[in-house]
Ligand binder design. Structure first.
Ligand SMILES: C/C=C/C(=O)SCCNC(=O)CCNC(=O)[C@H](O)C(C)(C)COP(=O)(O)OP(=O)(O)OC[C@H]1O[C@@H](n2cnc3c(N)ncnc32)[C@H](O)[C@@H]1OP(=O)(O)O
Length: 263
């Protein structure tokens, strides 16, 4: 490990091009206002460094990734403060969705409410067999407000998303992979190792290609197929100008591993 940065409830470590953000608020890593601010600071710090090529997000402990927003702050909410609360979370989670590198979520247990919404803002979700995923907000008289109503419906389709939100019932990792809500299910205790394995595969490839793939897939989901293909052409053409394209093709021809420089 090259570097470790610690806050009260969040820490991140840097291992070459791979960053790991750990949420640490025992017992269930609930998202308090202070914790969300710390996540925001750390994301800003990581975005300001051009080194990160994959970010892994995980929860500390064995029981939960994140069991949602802190319910203790809800009794005093009014229309104004409720709006502020969800806008803050949305803004932070949007930064992950728009980050110029893949974000992998290692789900080691409960991913509920805001915890699942955080996972949904990531690019890839790897869940342990014991994980439980759900949006139980309707049982509290609210609704998922950190982007969950929108991202879940887009990811798994409105029918299954509504079923999860109407009932509030958490689903198992096995159901989640059948729903297309997670990309991998791994044995208990192995979500982080599996995320690192995947991250290592990703960092072998050209970082500008990866960030362009992420951007064009994300932007393409909001436009017509024709417009999406136009974007794809534009991103492809811009990559043809990069040194990494020349290096990737040259390395293939010389039968060696490419040495990409993000230029
Ligand atoms: C815009 C975003 C909105 C949201 O995210 S709303 C919140 C959505 N999340 C939830 O509704 C989940 C609430 N939590 C639970 O249902 C249960 O917990 C679990 C199923 C995750 C785990 O159950 P078990 O193993 O029996 O643990 P335990 O005794 O319920 O929890 C341990 C301590 O953690 C507190 N806690 C759990 N989740 C939250 C939360 N989201 N906000 C604040 N506190 C929480 C509990 O109350 C308790 O505390 P104490 O030990 O003092 O009794």
């Amino acid at each position: 490990m090259l570097k470790e940065v610690k806050r009260n409830f969040v820490m991140y470590e840097i291992n070459g091009f791979i960053y790991t953000l750990t949420i640490d608020n025992p017992p269930l890593n609930v998202l308090t206002d202070e914790l969300l601010s710390e996540i925001d600071d750390v994301i800003n710090e990581i975005l300001a460094q051009p080194i990160c090529r994959v970010l892994i997000i995980r929860g500390n402990g064995e029981k939960a990734f994140v069991a949602g927003a802190d319910i203790n702050q809800f009794p005093t909410l009014n229309e104004e403060s409720g709006k502020h609360l969800v806008e803050k979370g949305k803004e932070i989670f949007d930064k992950l969705e728009n980050a110029p590198f893949p974000v992998i979520c290692a789900i080691n247990g409960f991913a509920l409410g805001g915890g699942l919404e955080l996972a949904l803002a990531c690019d890839i979700r790897i869940a342990e067999q014991k994980a439980k995923l759900g949006l139980p907000e309707t049982g509290l008289g609210i609704l998922p407000g950190y982007g969950g109503t929108q991202r879940l419906s887009r990811l798994i389709g409105p029918g299954k998303a509504k079923k999860m939100m109407f009932t509030g019932a958490a689903i198992s990792a096995e159901e989640a992979i059948n729903y297309g809500l997670v990309e991998e299910v791994v044995p208990n205790g192995e979500s982080y190792e599996a995320s690192v394995r995947l991250a290592k595969q990703i960092v072998n490839n050209a970082p500008l290609s990866i960030s362009n793939v992420k951007a064009v897939v994300n932007r393409g989901l909001d436009v017509s197929l024709a417009e999406g293909q136009e974007l794809e052409t534009k991103y492809f053409a811009s990559l043809c100008l990069t040194q990494d394209m020349k290096e990737g093709v040259k390395a293939f021809m010389e039968k060696r591993k490419a040495d990409f420089s993000r230029r």
